[in-house]
Ligand binder design. Structure first.
Ligand code: AMO
Length: 459
């Protein structure tokens, strides 16, 4: 007999089916045992009645959560008042006449049977292999997969080719101190902080590229929105004719991803009580200075000396965009040149500021990017000015030495988008196996902790 998926059971009323899945919950009701069985498609209620099969009943008595089972039974329509609208198979149940254990599980450390998990974050992550199986957690990663899929679609609409880049590099991609060093056969190398250098090199060959890759940030702080291992989803495009062309491109990709995922998975958003995001026809655009002036007007805080938006500012300007433009997105451009990476193109009209941008969504930056310096000599000068050793960037510089058209690009953080779309309190919930100062899979014990200060942030 062929296995069918749980969410297909309503199409087999009064027929015998074979279902395989995992016990999500077992409820003993006197002479009857009810099982919630979970497979990749959904959850099914199974009734085990000793009058139907004494043998199946005996097996059901042994079952505990997370046991894997195979069962055969007849699909029965549920009476109207017993229909469960929260699950796709809620109009039916299966009366098991054959039940077999195919894998055992130890007693769980906590109850996984409820609709939500109600665990503190450390426990949620300490038992990650287990908690990832819970419906409420699985939904996060179904949405994340959908975001990545929509990104690929949008990137292809822009005629970009997918590339796969190294994650070990000769130089620190973004500069700064938050880089992991690697002992590479006795040579010094670095984990990439972003796919930046390689995507730039590749527009010399393919003109328009996209990449989904892991990148590493040795973040010296513990915040709700920083990870040490990030999934970056990036685009880079050459032969750009204007700065606005880049803004149009990332606003198209950003809004298309969010719009399509929210529409195609409206059921998941609804089940998590998430409102549909506000997507205006045109994403509002502000320079950093304009954004700061708006924030000052709204809050009275003087930001005239600030070179960036802090998390509180980001939340405030997003509130403004929602109120004034009915948009959960807002684009901020022209950050100070010295605050951005060496490859950023200074604004020819005012070189203190740069042709750079961030895209904010529901209160937080989800994307960064810029037009790039494409002239070899200008690039060398920018590196020199920042004290960057060009010896570590040989392969990168080679691309510019042999000519590079005007180009630019951008990068979304996949976990950031997921976190914001699903209104998760902490970015760690949006990473399967989050890495931070205190954890690689399992939490480091206090005695193992290096002599390094952990800065905890309020936000
Ligand atoms: P940036 O450093 O701003 O830009 O990173 C791009 C996007 O990646 C995400 N991100 C992070 N998410 C979680 N934890 C972190 N530690 C973290 N760091 C970054 C954010 C951010 O907007 N090379 C440039 C991009 C470009 O110019 O194309 C870069 O890396 O969502």
């Amino acid at each position: 007999m062929m296995r069918i998926l749980i969410n297909d059971t309503p199409n087999h009323i009064d027929k015998e089916v074979l279902v395989q899945g995992v016990v999500a919950a077992r409820r003993d009701h006197g002479k009857l045992i009810f099982l919630d069985i979970r497979d990749r498609s959904g959850i099914l209620q199974v009734v085990v009645n000793p009058k139907l099969s004494e043998e199946a009943y005996k097996v059901a008595l042994e079952l505990r959560p997370e046991f894997a089972v195979a069962l055969k039974g007849i699909v029965k329509k549920r009476p109207e008042k017993l229909i469960n609208t929260k699950i796709a198979s809620g109009t039916v149940e299966v009366g098991a006449h054959h039940l077999e254990i195919i894998a055992h599980a130890e007693t769980l450390p906590f109850d996984m049977g409820g609709e939500t998990l109600n665990l503190e974050l450390p426990t949620l992550l300490d038992y990650r292999s287990l908690t990832l199986r819970h419906d409420s957690v699985k939904k996060i990663f179904l949405i994340q997969a959908a975001i990545a899929e929509e990104f690929r679609k949008a990137a292809k609409e822009l005629d970009c080719t997918e590339i796969f880049v190294p994650t070990i590099a000769a130089g620190a991609t973004e500069g700064g101190a938050d880089v992991f060093k690697v002992d590479y056969y006795g040579h010094e190398a670095f984990m990439i902080q972003s796919p930046q250098l390689y995507k730039q090199i590749m527009v010399g060959a393919l003109e328009r590229v996209f990449v989904i890759t892991k990148a590493y940030r040795a973040e010296p702080s513990v915040t709700t929105r920083h990870l040490s291992e990030v999934t970056m989803i990036d685009i880079e495009m050459a032969f750009i004719n204007s700065f606005e062309e880049l803004l149009d491109a990332f606003e198209f990709v950003g809004t298309a991803m969010i719009k399509n995922v929210s529409k195609n998975h409206a059921d998941i958003l609804e089940s998590l009580n998430i409102e549909q995001p506000l997507i205006a026809n045109k994403v509002p655009r502000l320079t950093l200075r304009e954004a700061q002036q708006i924030i000052t007007k709204r809050t009275g805080r003087d930001l005239s000396k600030e070179l960036d938006l802090n998390p509180e500012d980001e939340r405030e300007i997003c509130l403004w965009a929602r109120e004034e433009h009915k948009s959960d997105f807002v684009t901020i451009t022209h950050y100070p040149t010295k605050k951005r990476a060496f490859y950023t193109y200074p604004d020819p009209k005012d070189p203190e500021y740069s042709l750079s941008y961030d895209l904010l969504f529901k209160g937080t930056e989800i994307l960064s990017g810029s037009r790039r310096i494409n002239d070899y000599d200008q690039l060398l000068a920018a590196m020199k000015e920042r004290g960057i050793n060009k010896e570590n960037f040989g392969m990168y510089l080679q691309a510019f030495k042999y000519g590079m058209p005007p180009e630019g690009g951008f990068s979304f953080g996949l976990e950031r988008i997921t976190m914001k779309l699903l209104e998760l309190a902490n970015i760690r919930e949006a990473s399967l196996f989050p890495r931070d100062m205190e954890r690689v899979d399992e939490r480091f014990s206090i005695t193992e902790k290096k002599d390094q200060q952990v800065h905890k942030e309020k936000s």
